[in-house]
Design a protein around this ligand. Structure first.
Ligand SMILES: [Zn+2]
Length: 409
């Protein structure tokens, strides 16, 4: 039996987290037995538990890829205490009955706070609105993530319904008519290596459409995983006009681009890694506040499903255990953004936008530790990461959710 750390319950607001997004010198807040010595050093730092509004935990339906239990454990190891699970499941949470199948599993197996999305359309097929009324009470928000809502009329109806229920629409923006079987960015690498490309327009065109619908309907709206420079520009302009819009991007889009591509399924995700110009535009978007938050789009698959190269592998990479390490090493240590800004992006802004409570939730990190990302260490069932072998600085030593230790190194 593993010995549970005894941790005093503290409210981060009382510890100064309300003013500063992180807090150094945490020893006073912990009980005296086995943890106190660890936290006597300045090199340890306490953050509010991270919050990821975009993960795939694969249950019900695909537990060979991930389960609520393994997804939560992996999240805790990454410093997360709250995650929001996407609805591309079997069954799709498109009715109260189907959603309950997921919420029952969450109640039984989750060690951190898990908030499930309900789908926008029945079966995520885009043909008929899901039973949004019946699911509103237990759904975090509405999304058809994994697929774009193709029909303008369907998206308009979804926005009107979501608004009437006081819920947000969280959109995976992808125009199927522009895909042409593509699976990596339609850029230099695709041309040189004879791969089918996904154009940037397939992402930014639906965002532009949705912005017009948000203006028309007054719905609160959030865009998933933006990856193109045009998306940043369009959202920046909409925000300046006062449109109720926020967006996220993933660590991989900020750190990698098509120049880093390898002929491996670990580099295949949707949207794809774009050009260097796109990546730099996303960093500008982070710096000027156009991009509100970092979400991992943690999307585990089996090793077999990811073993078929760029063309044949499933879309999606894992990211929940490496997000902070990669962001801290690549953006904070290099001076691109401050540590405070990173904590806003990973813990504060998602909670503010989506009204996700912060209880006795915090995570303690050793910011001086040098480690190499090794997927064999992951608690997630998914092992496909483009960051395999990357030297990073920082390591999670403890995560506490609702006053309980959920991860301890
Ligand atoms: Zn998506």
């Amino acid at each position: 039996m593993t010995q549970q750390l005894k941790v005093k319950t503290i409210k981060l607001a009382d510890a100064g987290i309300g003013q500063a997004p992180f807090y150094k010198g945490v020893e006073a807040h912990f009980s005296a037995d086995d943890s106190i010595a660890v936290f006597n050093s300045d090199k340890y730092i306490i953050f509010p538990g991270f919050c990821d509004v975009h993960v795939h935990f694969r249950e019900p339906g695909f537990s060979y890829k991930e389960t609520i239990e393994t997804g939560c454990k992996a999240s805790a190891r990454g410093g997360y205490t709250a995650v929001c699970t996407m609805p591309n499941l079997d069954p799709v949470p498109d009715s109260a009955e189907h959603l309950k199948m997921q919420t029952d599993l969450i109640k039984a197996d989750a060690c951190i706070n898990v908030y499930p999305y309900a789908s926008i359309t029945v079966g995520q097929k885009g043909e008929e609105l899901s039973d949004m009324d019946a699911m509103a009470e237990n759904a975090f928000a509405f999304s058809d993530d994994g697929k774009g809502v193709q029909s303008d009329d369907m998206m308009r109806a979804a926005m009107l319904k979501a608004k009437s229920l006081g819920k947000m629409i969280v959109a995976h923006c992808e125009d199927n008519s522009l895909l042409y079987g593509g699976y990596i960015h339609d850029g230099v690498y695709a041309k040189e290596h004879n791969h089918k490309g996904i154009c940037s327009e397939s992402e930014w065109k639906p965002i532009a459409r949705d912005i017009e619908l948000v203006k028309e309907t007054g719905c609160s709206y959030h865009v998933c995983h933006i990856s193109t420079k045009e998306s940043v520009d369009i959202i920046r302009k909409a925000k300046a006009e006062g449109v109720d819009i926020t967006c996220e991007t993933g660590p991989h889009y900020l750190v990698l681009d098509e120049n880093d591509l390898e002929e491996s399924g670990s580099f295949k995700m949707n949207p794809p890694l774009r050009s260097e110009e796109d990546r730099l535009a996303l960093i500008e978007g982070i710096k000027d506040g156009t991009i509100d938050m970092i979400a991992t789009d943690h999307a585990p698959h089996s090793t077999e499903e990811k073993s078929k190269g760029l063309a044949g592998s499933a879309f999606g990479i894992v990211g929940i255990e490496t997000a902070f390490q990669v962001m801290y090493t690549s953006l904070v240590k290099t001076g691109v953004i401050t540590l405070e800004k990173l904590v806003e992006l990973m813990a504060i802004n998602p909670r503010k936008r989506f009204n996700i409570p912060l209880g006795v939730d915090y995570t303690v990190w050793d910011l001086e530790k040098n480690v190499t990302i090794n997927s064999a260490d992951f608690l997630s069932k998914g092992k496909a990461t483009p960051f395999e072998g990357m030297p990073v600085q920082s390591e999670c030593v403890l995560t506490v959710c609702d006053g309980e230790v959920v991860y301890k190194k």
